[in-house]
Structures are given as C-alpha cells and as structure tokens.
Design a binder for this molecule. Structure first.
Ligand code: NDP
Length: 327
C-alpha cells in the first residue's frame, strides 16, 4: 500500500480506502461486511468511510461491531462519519448542519461505531439554511472536545469551502482539511477545474467517491443488468437513469478494449486513472463481494501502465476533459 498526506494536514491516509454506502447494513450481511473490512485492512487500507445516513445508522453499527471483534489497535486505522442527512429521523432538528444536530449526530455516530473519537467528520452536503459560522464553530468545538480529529466537507462548492476557510481564519478556528467529491472518468469538473486553485491556496485534501461510477466502469453493465447489480436496486433508479445511457456504455466498451490492449482490465484502469491525479489523497473503494475488493485493491499495480500515450488515448475516448475558464 502507498500512503499520502491528507491535504496539507500531517495525517497519513492509504491511497486506497474503503467505504460502506449501500452495502453495510443493507445490501450485504454481517459476515461478508466483516470479510471485506479484513481484506481491506490486510491489504494496508487504513481509512474506513461511513455516514449517519448509510442504512440509517446500521452501517455504522456493523462497522463498530467489526472493529470491536477484530480488535485492531485504534492507532492503526482511521474512521470517518458524515453529518447532514440524519439517520432516518424526519424532524428538522434531526438533520442539517446546525449546532444541535452536529453535536447529537456526532455522539450518536460514536455510540454506533463504539469509538471514543472519529478521525474525520464530514459535513455531507452544504446546509443553505444554517450560517457557515455556526457549522464551523460546531466542528471546531467537536475537535476541542476530543470527539473528532479533523473535519471536512462533501460536495461543497469551492466558494463554500473558501468561505469556511475565510471565516475560520477570522475567528481563529480549525478549518476543514478535506473534501469528499465524486470523481471518476465520467465525472470530472469539480476535481479538475473548480477546485484547481484551492489545492494550493488552502491545501485541500480529497477522498474521492464512486471511482467506478457505481460499477459502470467495470464494464458489467454492457451486457444487461443482473438482479444483484447495484443499479438494479429500486432506490437507485434515479442513478441508473443518469448513468446507464448509451453515450456512457459506448465509451465503456471502447475503454475496455483499450484496457485489454495495454494488458489490464477496465476496473483497475479506471481506479488507477483516479489515483494518477496527484490532488486525490485517497480513492474510496466500494464492494459488495470479496472478489471485487481483492481485485480492486491491486489497482496500484497498473499505475505504471498509464503513460502519457495511454492517458491521451483515454482522453480521446472520454472526450469530456473539463475546460478551465479563459481570462
Ligand atoms: P464505486 O463507484 O467503486 O462502486 C462500487 C460498486 O461497484 C460495488 O459496490 C459493486 O456493486 C460494484 N463493483 C465494485 N468493484 C467491482 C468489480 N471488481 N467487479 C464488478 N462490480 C464491482 O464506489 P462507491 O459508489 O461505492 O463509492 C465508494 C465509497 O465512497 C462509498 O462506499 C462511500 O463510502 C463513499 N461515497 C460517498 C458519497 C458522498 O456523498 N460523500 C456518495 C457515494 C459514495 P454491485 O456488486 O452491487 O454491482
């Protein structure tokens, strides 16, 4: 495993990490979840990503039980959670980024995970109805209280992240250190253009999600959809509609040919392509089966195949390089 620093912080994070969206407490049973965590940990993964909203808190419960049972020492791994969507409660006090929910959500996540502190705590989306000052103060206070070590954002705009930094500097508060955006061959603008300045200015780290576009970039959807594929799930029909379009499938077919041509498969090529971007601190892997995770964890090995020539061939197929604004 290789490690990088999370943005300008001193925190070492494995370049491949593991997340539990859709799977833990939902799609897969406890035994498979445990097997997946052990496969990841044994391969050197040190970061496990979670959120209050994943399976309405059950994902955190499953992870907490696994961490307890494995007995891994607390200094050998990082755990995150995320606050915003709530853990199933419908009341306005049970979601958002106001001080009350942040405080209660953090305590609830720690209880479900059976941990004393979270390494990373993400504001899962921006909350337009709460002043950013209130959110920053709340995260700062959680750090001072020893309940979290670092905080970050997920799917915030560059402007919102900069506002958080500006206010944190003004009030002498600890600013966010990391953002968690979607990033893959089919979804690039935020990471490659919108954030391009703030990697340098504020030292933003990235834990990117859906490197395989929910499995599309394995090529498995090119021959129809099986019952056990993620995008067959009723609650994700919106995502299937967005992703399973002929334009994407056509690109995937051509990318698969290219991958075979250079001696690998598209799954690993797609993950390595994300790793190749040096602004990406860690690529969050998802998996519903042990063999998927074992395979994906070997993606670092194919990084050397991504020569300038191969990257150029990929670019020609993708035909979606985001443009920087002209001045
Ligand atoms: P991917 O895009 O890699 O999708 C993972 C899914 O693709 C697996 O669950 C599996 O689904 C399929 N898959 C993976 N590997 C293979 C393989 N080798 N062969 C065939 N199918 C494969 O990542 P995720 O979308 O899961 O994102 C990773 C993590 O990022 C999440 O777990 C979560 O922690 C985080 N995340 C954060 C978000 C945020 O808003 N901050 C949003 C989404 C994710 P199946 O077998 O069911 O088809």
């Amino acid at each position: 495993m290789e490690f990088s620093k999370l943005g300008k912080s001193g925190l070492p994070v494995s370049r491949l990490s593991f997340g539990t969206w859709i799977t833990f407490g939902n799609q897969i049973g406890y035994d498979i979840a445990k097997e997946l965590m052990i496969i990841a940990y044994d391969a050197g993964v040190n970061f496990f990503d979670n959120a209050e909203v994943y399976a309405h808190g059950k994902s955190e419960e499953v992870m907490g039980k696994i961490l307890k049972e494995t007995g891994w020492t607390r200094d050998s791994y990082l755990v995150s959670s995320k606050v915003f969507f709530g853990a199933g409660g419908k009341l306005p006090t049970q979601k958002g980024l106001h001080r009350k929910h942040i405080r209660e959500a953090c305590d609830a996540a720690l209880k479900r995970l059976q941990l004393d502190y979270l390494d990373l705590y993400f504001c899962h989306r921006p909350d337009k109805s709460t002043p950013i000052e209130e959110t920053i103060w709340s995260m700062h206070q959680l750090i001072l209280a020893g309940k979290i070590l670092y905080w970050g954002t997920s799917e915030w705009s560059a402007q919102e992240i900069m506002e958080a930094h500006m206010l944190a500097a003004r009030h002498n508060l600890i600013p966010p250190v990391v953002e968690q955006p979607q990033y893959n061959m089919l979804h690039r603008h935020k990471v490659e253009v919108e954030f391009s300045q703030i990697y340098k200015t504020v030292g933003l780290g990235l834990t990117i999600w859906s490197p395989l576009a929910s499995g599309l970039l394995t090529g498995k959807y090119n021959n129809g959809i099986s019952e056990d594929y993620r995008l067959k799930r009723a609650e994700l029909s919106w995502l299937a509609e967005r992703n399973l379009v002929e334009e994407n499938l056509k690109k995937v077919r051509r990318l698969m040919d290219l991958a075979h041509d250079v001696g690998t498969d598209l799954t690993r090529l797609a993950i390595a392509w994300c790793l190749k971007n040096s602004d990406v601190s860690t690529v969050l892997l998802g998996a519903s089966k042990p063999e998927q995770l074992k395979h994906n964890l070997t993606s670092l090995e194919v990084l050397t195949l991504l020569t300038d020539d191969v990257l150029q061939r990929i670019e020609l197929i993708l035909d979606n390089k985001p443009l920087h604004p002209q001045f």
